[in-house]
Design a protein around this ligand. Sequence first.
Ligand SMILES: [Mn+2]
Length: 562
Amino acid sequence: MRWNILPKSNSEKTQELSKALGVDNTIANLLFQRGITTFDEAKYFFRPSLKDLHDPYLMEDMLVAVERIEKAIENKENILVYGDYDVDGTTSVALMSSYLRTYYPNIATYIPDRYEEGYGVSYKGIDFAADNNFSLIIALDCGVKAIDKVAYASEKNIDFIICDHHRPGPELPKAIAVLDPKREDCAYPYKELCGCGVGFKLIQALGARRGQTIDDLLLYLDLVATAIGADIVPITGENRILAYYGLKVINSNPRTGYKAILKQIKKEVLTITDVVFIIGPRINAAGRMKHGNHAVTLLVETDINKAAIWAAEIEQFNLDRREADKRITKEALAQIKTNKEEERKTTVVYQKDWHKGVIGIVASRLTETYYRPTLVFTKSGDKLAASARSVIGFDVYNALQECSEFITQFGGHKYAAGLTLEEKNFENFKNKFEEVVSRTIDPKLLQPELSVTMEIELADITPKFYRILKQFAPFGPGNPSPVFMTQNLSETGYGKCVGEDKTHLRITVKQGMSQYVCIGFGLGDKKAIACSGRPFKAAYVIDENEWQGNVSLQLRLKDIKA
Ligand SMILES: [Mn+2]
């Protein structure tokens, strides 16, 4: 791994900040790296406050959206809450439908089928609305580009309110309201909300007209925090406040569906990372293995006994997903080996019976072994379908565009894309993709990079230091968990490989008077470096380890080098 050590600022300003806050220079530096340079900014960061949430009416079209929903309720219209099958979509639908149902019964939900209808607003969904006498659709986490579909609905006398966070095209759909902070004409001060976040702003606006305050809406923040984590939006500004309070809800009194999920998991306090890796995959598994509706059903259920049944169902989808994911990854790795493709610049694998719902996850996994642009194909109808994943810094969407002569259809963005092609074009495509990537990729991008926040000495890790560090959470894009680096470490002599297949490394590092236990997941092959008797350097995250009720600090190793 390449270590990229972020620059450290030693200006007078960091010293001023460290004095003003009463923290050491390392903490002041960590704040500076995050753009926090004054006492007030530090206060906003360390003490997230619901009072700092923005007025929802600053969002373009908000008032029209609220008035249309109020009119629908007055006229006893049927309202269809529509959203995608992923975590952001299903949590959005659960949020909006459960909020509206607290005072209006004629609400139904609709999640498109991942395989039959695909991503976004579908004609089938609109037909469903028309056939069942719905006259208003609230679309969440999708719709900002659904120009033709909104027009089609309009012909059938169905109005649309769109709550999206994707970048709009040159033209907006002719909906009653298009709520999207990324609209160029939208003055909303924070642009990085997720779909569920935009939905939350709409219920905040609806609530304000009914005399509700933010305290009345806190119970919806468990959903918002989950969507923020799973949709990989920056955890900065308003998102950080929503995630912070959402985690509090999850850890104190979450909705019944969460209680049912968490009952099956032994974990006392969930961090945002836990939410992403424990709750996220379970919600997603419904859409991948069966149908996203199952996730919504669980998220809106208020009866604990019923919720337990839905949660068990979802647990099974997740187990199936995990098994498929493991098996397919193994088969794909074997394919790369058998075909002796280790030296290529791309990974392109295909097997006709791989589950379409997990090929994206498998593509991500394969990049852990062969760090290069990756495509995983399976058979879909009479065509082949693939999920693409890239490496940091390389635009796989552009690369696919250059191969378009062999592709039937493709879409996506810089790091993830999907495509279909004719089976007869597979080999040509595979060769062309390899040719394009080899020609255009900067070779250094093919080595994974580790972003190191700062170099410190082990003696810098004091209880106070760690206590403040914890208050940097919740971590995520825009506010990464700090990775530290320390040089001149020695190992105390009991280092060993641990875990079922001995792939993890457990060592104790020492520098001067300080020593810490370290765990390095997947770093078993670095034992020789650590235990050579010569000094080495390590990059790590500081972590808490709880064992038999005792909490101690440990270092979670990211990498070590001689
Ligand atoms: Mn989204």
